[in-house]
Structures are given as C-alpha cells and as structure tokens.
Design a protein around this ligand. Sequence first.
Ligand code: ACM
Length: 531
Amino acid sequence: MGAPSVPADSLVPRPAEISTGAYDGLVLTPSTRIDADHAARGAELWLRTELGAATGLPLPRGDGQTAQIRLSVDRGAGLGSEGYRLIVDGEGALVVGHDPAGVFYGAQTLRQLLPPAAYRRAPLEPDGRWTLPSVRITDRPRFGWRGCMLDVGRHFMPKHDVLRFVDLLALHKLNVLHLHLTEDQGWRLEIKRYPRLTEVGAWRTESQVGAGSPAAFDGRPHGGFYTQDDIREIVAYAAARHITVVPEIDVPGHSQAAIAAYPELGEGEPVGVARHWGIIDNVLNVTDTTLEFYRNVFDEVLDLFPSTYICVGGDECPKEQWRRSQTAQRRIREEGLADEEELQSWFVRHFDGYLAERGRRLLGWDEILEGGLAPGATVMSWRGTEGGVAAARAGHDVVMCPTDTSYLDYRQSGDDGEPVPVGTVLTTEDVYAAEPVPAELSEQEARRVLGAQVNVWTEHMDTPRAVDYMVFPRLAAFAEAVWSPGRREYGGFLPRLEEHLRRLDALGVEYRPLSGPLPWQSRPGVAGRPR
Ligand code: ACM
C-alpha cells in the first residue's frame, strides 16, 4: 500500500483519454474531506462507504475550502452523457460529471487509482498510506446499453449475491442488469395476486446435472424467490450505482413453472416445475384469461421495476401444442393470422400495446421478429447478428448479444478440464475482440444499436461461485468493448487485466485464472455438450 500507487495504466475499462500529471499525488489521511454538490451526493456516499471501509479513514464532508476530494455535476462541461473528468493535481482530486452517473464513474475510476486493497472491507494495516497518483482523465462510454443478463430461473441466486453482483457490474461501469426471473425450472418473483407462482413455481424436486444423455439428476430440491421487498431493495441498490434492472417475464415459452402453479395457463396435461434443461414443449395457451393473468402479473412488475424496458422474452417457443390446440387454431382464424408464428407475434403485440400504454417499451429475444415485429419492440439479437441487423434496418432499436461472443455459459477454453463445457469456445480474448456493431450496418442503421450485453445462463452454474468462474474475467473484457473508444488490442489489455485481477482478488471474486481452472473449479465426471 505504500506510495506510489498503482500505475494509472491499470484502469479497466480503459478511459478515453488519460495523461499523467506533474504533481506528487494526493495522500489520503484522517483529515481528508469530501465535498459534493447536491447532484453528486450519491457518489459521495458511495465513495465514503467503500473507501472508508477499506482504508479506515472517516472521509467526512468538507466544503469548497476544506475538501481535498471534490465531486460535482456540470452539464455545461461538454463531457457527454455518463461522461466525467477526473483530475488529481496539487489542489486535490476533482471529479466533474456530466450527470450523476458520470460522477459515479469518475468515483469508480478514482478507486481504481488506489492499490487493490482499496477493494477490501477493512484495512489491512491501520496506518496504511493511500496515494492517488496525479492524473488527468476525460472519459465517457461508447454505448448507452452496457448490460449483463443473469438467469436466476435455472439456478436461484440469493439476494445477497445479487447485490454483490450489482457491485461487480458497477465496478466495470456496466449499467443494465437484465434479470431473467421466470423459467421452465423456476419462477423467482413474488406476485401478490398469484401466490402459487412462488409457492409452487419457485422450486423443483431435483435438477439435471450437466448436459449428458441420458440426463442425470441430483435428487436434491432446489428453489428460492425474491419477495417484492427484496426486489425493491435490489432495484434501489442498483439505481444508486446507476444500474437499471430490466426484468424479464418470459412468455409464451419457457413458462412451465407458471403452468405448474396454474395449470389453466397451459395447453396440455398438468405438469410439474421442470427438472431438466433444454427447450420444452409446454407453452402458454392464448386464451383471454391467460392474457389477463399476465397483464395482472405485469401490473405488479411495472410497480416494482421503474425500467423503461420490460422484457417479455419470446424466445424458443415450440409451436407443436398450438398446432394441436383448438383455442390456438380458433384464435388464428378469428384474428386472420397465417400460422402459429403469427400467433406468437399476436401474443407479443398484445403486451407491446399494454406496455406502450403505460409508457414502457417492450424488449424481446430475436424470435419476436418471426411472424412480424411489434411496433414498439426493441430486439435482443442472440442467434447471431442477423436479427439485430434486420431489426435495425426496420427502424427498431437493438441490443447485441450473439451467442458466439456474448454467452458466458459457453466454455472458456478448449480444454477438457473446463467445468461442464457447453457451446463453442469463448475466451476472454474473443469477448474482448468482439465488435458490438454488425459491420454490415450503415452509419445511420448503426445508431439503432443501443449497445450490447453478455448473457449468463445458469443451467450449469449451480452456485454463485460457479457464476464467478464463468463471468470473470470475461466481464472485464466485455466492459472495455462497450465502454472504451478506439481500437482494442488484447496485447495492451492483458497487462491491465492482470492488475485488475488483483482487485477481483481483494473483493473475493473466484474468477477463472488466466491459466485455467483451479482443481476445485473443475467438475470431473459431469458431462457437458461442447460444440
Ligand atoms: C436464449 O438464449 N434462449 C435467448
């Protein structure tokens, strides 16, 4: 912890502009004070809490005269949305943000300028020396949507770990946590009007282990859900870190847990909450009562989540049950639809209208293009980039997350020792190199790309430790791809990443070491399905 501090070129994601200053830097002491204007108070509180814990320093509020660290918002400084300037000079440290988010990102960068021990919850040495090096940084994100989808349906992530995950996203300057709250294998959100969604739908008797054939099961119940107060807490905690929580209630496929709770939502025989992975034939029916049920569910979702974007899923909905269903076929005839694809569009469009009337916007996986895109839809392009290209050309906003560059459930190397290896190989370098904007888009079409996200599907991540392994350090590479401007060269990133891993060590993140899994991170004997 002695001076000088960590070199400024260890920052992740790399700032747009950085130069080293000519001063000695700012030594944090028991008399160091923070001053913040009203709009910057959130970042001030965050900085005091985090640095206070790590350093043991009180960092009390000062004023313009007495403070060594000053935080402010200045929309006239030309920094751009979420942008900031951070200067450490002979006067102290100054963070100016274009908006409160910009100040927060400046404060995040300020913390990265300190040694990795700044990421601990208590000081290692009572009298450690903490020096902010003299720098001048001007920074702003390349994209407005820098997201991560977390599937809490396949494996529930306890609230405590979700809050920790939010902190890890914020450390990487990401601003969207897309929570995939409902699945065939579990419904994770308390809905007051329909208590059986969690009484029945939030747990299963056992889980498939791995992706082998024939399927193996663990014989152990799994479950959990978030109360509405848990969600309010998560949403507020994320908002204080400038992260929007985008909820996903997946319809009309991936709904077996809901059907298990309320069989009248389904097309077939009563079913239990699914125990196995994969695409499941049981889907929602298209009756008026099912639409009403989900409008009632979304009414509660909208009360809980202030996000403009509300995700209705729309992915992987097999049409076999609808082909055999009298109510589905009647609906097709009555609405003058061509086929079951158009029936799915009709279903999605219903919720597009519902959301638009309430000032929200529908987000869905790229299957919602099939059978015609709902007028207000924003598309998540996951089955390659084609869906994103088509949607952008049709004048819709898109979020890019193609499997081969964005699916963090995919294996991190070609080695047999990777735990439950599925999908194609997606290394940290691959994630780093991936360009979010499809090359074939014109400049104007490319403006429809809001940004990108990585997706963390958790069939094979049965604990937060396993999530750590799959998400890190690939998330750090992704963060730079969506934040930093200019060319990306992995050779330049790697030394910074190695420094950054010391921060993750201090935080207790069980990332995949660059050399491969530690023995206890492997899963010998559990079959994957590599492609
Ligand atoms: C998806 O991976 N089913 C969106």
